[in-house]
Design a protein around this ligand. Structure first.
Ligand SMILES: *Cc1c(COP(=O)(O)O)cnc(C)c1O
Length: 376
């Protein structure tokens, strides 16, 4: 198997994989499972410093984003779609699919959303039911200050939906005024693919209760989880093995006391080393410490670099998609991938690949990384 240094899915620690191989019983009629599920959800609330309830849904990260929009949107609702990246813009589709009226707030894709400018915009037009914003927009690696953004939106009585699928657990975050917080299992959490975790504020729950029209989905309807704990009943059979693995991954994170510090140190050392080696980062500021995104050098194809790294060095890094396709490469140093030895090997393979492709390397990226990360 190759070393998976992509920005999700990430590598999965052995204890997480092993927890899936233990027999667990029937999640529908096994009450202890409901307790286990509930306890795991409370651990998420605690991690994000909130009393808000969390739910674990059987479906990848995208299900969380769609469920947020399906559950909040009624026909004709105006929704502010904050767009400074591919996922940011992607919310437009979910909003209109459920009858809402998306209003794009499009800004520069190379810098984070400027909170003061957003505030100025809202002074002129703040008639929105909710807004959507992405914490780390993974195709470009831009990091938005979603806590400050949700505070500003809250001042205008606007709810906030945040996609933190590829930032959370690598970047610190408190739920604060965020109304629906969407997470995924297979990014920095480093659990197997297949789950989304959503935190829902009381205001968001109330908004769902006060809807005039029913939610146009069953699977993406967050209100079906409302009484699961009281009734010991789930709207559909829970993927019990995935949830046990998720719990193990979450426990690994809770036992990892310097997780944010390590992401910061490794993220910054990767970026500095890439630049010193003569490559260029895609964004200008607001770098997420979970992923590094750099431009494909001239006269070299993204695919050539990815293929050599995979076939010759057994390491998988990622290209990108949508408007970034073929233009950038991405190294995911989040969660289990965020350790000096794996990142060093990745950078070593990258520099050897670049040399093979006759790139004019300015210095050893991997040696520079070691110097930076150990401050020598
Ligand atoms: C990975 C990711 C998702 C979820 O996508 P999946 O295809 O379900 O894994 C959502 N938002 C962001 C920003 C992501 O990086």
């Amino acid at each position: 198997m190759y070393k998976m240094m992509t920005p999700g899915p990430t590598q999965i620690r052995e204890n997480v994989r092993m927890s899936m191989s233990i027999e667990r019983g029937n999640p529908d009629i096994y009450e202890e499972f409901c307790e286990f599920y509930h306890e795991t959800c409370l651990m998420f609330s605690k991690f994000f410093n909130t009393e808000n309830e969390f739910y674990i849904l059987g479906g990848e990260g995208i299900l969380g984003l769609e469920a947020a929009c399906a559950s909040l949107t009624e026909k004709g609702d105006r929704v502010l779609v904050i767009d400074n990246g591919v996922y940011g813009r992607g919310f437009e589709g979910f909003v209109s699919m459920y009858g809402g009226e998306p209003v794009l707030y499009t800004v520069d894709y190379k810098n984070p959303v400027d909170v003061n400018k957003l505030d100025d915009y809202l002074k002129k037009d703040s008639n929105f039911k909710y807004a959507t914003v992405v914490h780390c927009d993974t195709p470009s690696g831009i990091l938005n200050d979603v806590e400050s953004i949700s505070n500003v939106l809250n001042n205008y009585g606007i709810m906030t939906v945040v996609d933190s699928v590829s930032a959370s657990f690598g970047e610190p975050l408190s739920m604060g005024h965020i109304d629906i917080l969407c997470l995924g299992s297979q990014k920095a959490l480093s659990a197997p693919t297949g789950l989304t975790i959503v935190g829902v504020s009381d205001r968001a729950k109330k908004s769902m209760e006060e809807r005039k029209t029913p939610i146009a989905s069953f699977y993406a309807n967050l209100s079906t989880f409302k009484t699961y704990y009281r009734d010991k009943w789930f709207p559909y059979t829970m993927p019990i093995y995935d949830i046990y693995a998720l719990r193990s991954a979450l426990e690994n994170i809770l036992n990892d006391k310097d997780i944010f510090e390590r992401h910061k140190k490794i993220g910054s050392a990767v970026r500095n080393s890439i630049v010193k080696g003569g490559l260029h980062l895609y964004t200008e500021s607001g770098f997420s410490n979970t992923v590094t995104v750099f431009n494909v050098p001239e006269k070299i194809l993204a695919k050539e670099i990815i293929d050599i790294m995979k076939n010759k060095y057994n390491i998988l890094i990622a290209g990108s998609f949508d408007i970034m396709e073929g233009k950038v490469l991405r190294i995911g140093h989040m969660g289990e991938n965020c350790n000096v030895s794996d990142v060093f090997e990745t950078l070593k393979a990258l520099e050897n690949t670049l040399l093979q492709l006759k790139f004019d390397l300015k210095c050893s990226i991997s040696e520079n990384f070691i110097k930076e990360v150990y401050s020598i």
